[in-house]
Design a protein around this ligand. Structure first.
Ligand code: CP3
Length: 356
């Protein structure tokens, strides 16, 4: 898409212009290293548990007032530099009519897994009308957030395919890989459909006012680089291309992706998320120039004494010192039993230590 064909939005551009988070994503000078946490909204917060009482996870994602409240909770409490939209990676699949539920303590469970070519027909295109509750919630949120940017997100084609093909969470992704290796045409068509749905879902969020988007490919670290390049990268690239014209930063994240970091950058992101297994300076070498990095404190470190958290955080900041752009985050999501005060202290520490 050329500059003059650029679509409208995001609406928050002027309000969020000075944001440290957006500057770091764009590799511009920052007043301090920005911080946000994957899964910052959720079970680690007592106010979240209270707001969610008696409401099923998927139902809560479709209630704009509740989504607004839950999304704002960690911004108020921790003073993080960005909000992440409260939702789940399976929400767009539910919205196009896939029969699924999120079971507490388990994760997404699919009533009829996708395993044959005939099953693909159930994966129709997503339209903005399918997710009006998302547009409404983001409108309410950006009004409340002011200068704090909102990150929209979606599940990447591989990670969504794993839930759909396995029927639920999986340790080894055996049925998923059986399709990928054994029926490459069906696999490519499945991932291409998911890329279309994901791209459409991210567009809705950006047009409603999200100032950045993150593609979660949480389970893609299960793949070897050659298989990633051949069987997954084309679909992830299609998602990034779908939203390239908006000019909002695109973040690409996965777990256990040390061997894939270069390819994940190549897939089209502006920012590559790194888990705690690869130090950020080494991550930058693997990703190559022209990208910011996000990460990468081990979320389990937050269970150690404060002095240890600070020492481990300083190691992350030292490794990030030479990066073109750094967004501080954990290497994966906040664990539910994390002490919220440890997160608040972590935000303060990063802000103080990196103030310029
Ligand atoms: O980051 C945030 O604060 C925004 C909210 C968010 C949720 N899910 C809310 C949620 C985000 C970004 C997600 C993404 C998501 N969902 C991913 C990718 C991120 C990652 O952690 O790798 C994945 C793999 C899922 C699928 C999923 N949904 C899982 C594995 C679970 C946990 C199941 C459990 O109970 O242990 C869910 C449910 C879910 N999504 C919860 C929340 C707050 C817990 C449900 C509850 O509070 O009852």
């Amino acid at each position: 898409m050329s500059a003059n064909e650029r679509p409208p939005g995001p609406k928050t551009t002027s309000a969020t212009h000075g944001s440290a988070f957006l500057k770091a994503c764009r590799r511009e000078p920052v007043p301090h290293t920005p911080v946000w946490f994957m899964r910052q909204a959720g079970r680690s917060l007592p106010e979240y548990l209270k707001a969610r009482e008696g409401i099923a996870m998927l139902d809560s994602c479709m209630m704009p007032e509740l989504v607004t409240e839950i999304t704002l909770q960690p911004v108020r409490r921790h003073k993080v530099d960005a909000a992440i939209f409260f939702s789940d990676i399976v929400v767009p699949l539910k919205a196009i009519g896939i029969d699924l539920d999120i079971k507490p303590g388990v994760g997404p469970v699919i009533a009829e897994p996708v395993r044959t070519r005939a099953d693909l027909d159930r994966l129709r295109e997503l339209t903005p009308e399918d997710v009006t509750f998302v547009t409404q919630a983001i409108g309410m949120l950006t009004a409340e957030l002011g200068s704090t940017p909102l990150i929209g997100f979606a599940g990447a084609p591989f990670t969504l395919a794993s839930y759909l093909v396995e029927g639920g969470p999986s340790r080894n992704h055996e049925r998923t890989k059986a399709m990928m290796y054994g029926d490459p045409e069906l696999w490519a068509d499945l991932l291409d459909r998911l890329a279309g749905i994901t791209g459409a879902f991210l567009k809705v969020q950006i047009e409603a006012g999200a100032s950045a988007v993150q593609l979660f490919d949480s389970w893609v670290g299960a793949l070897a680089p050659a298989d990633y390049r051949r069987s997954v990268m084309p679909a992830s690239t299609k998602v990034f291309d779908a939203v390239a014209g908006y000019g909002v930063p695109r973040i690409h994240f996965g777990v256990g992706t040390g061997e894939l970091l270069g390819l994940m950058g190549e897939a089209g992101a502006d920012v590559v998320g790194v888990d705690w297994r690869v130090p950020l300076d080494e991550g930058a070498r693997r990703v190559g120039p022209g990208k910011a990095l996000q990460g990468n404190l081990d979320p389990a470190v937050l269970f150690a004494p404060t002095a240890t958290v600070e020492a481990k955080t300083q190691e992350v900041l030292d490794a990030a010192a030479g990066l073109e752009g750094h967004v501080f985050n954990l290497g994966h999501g906040v664990m539910p039993t994390t002490d919220p005060d440890a997160l608040t202290r972590l935000v303060e520490y990063v802000h103080e230590r990196t103030a310029r």
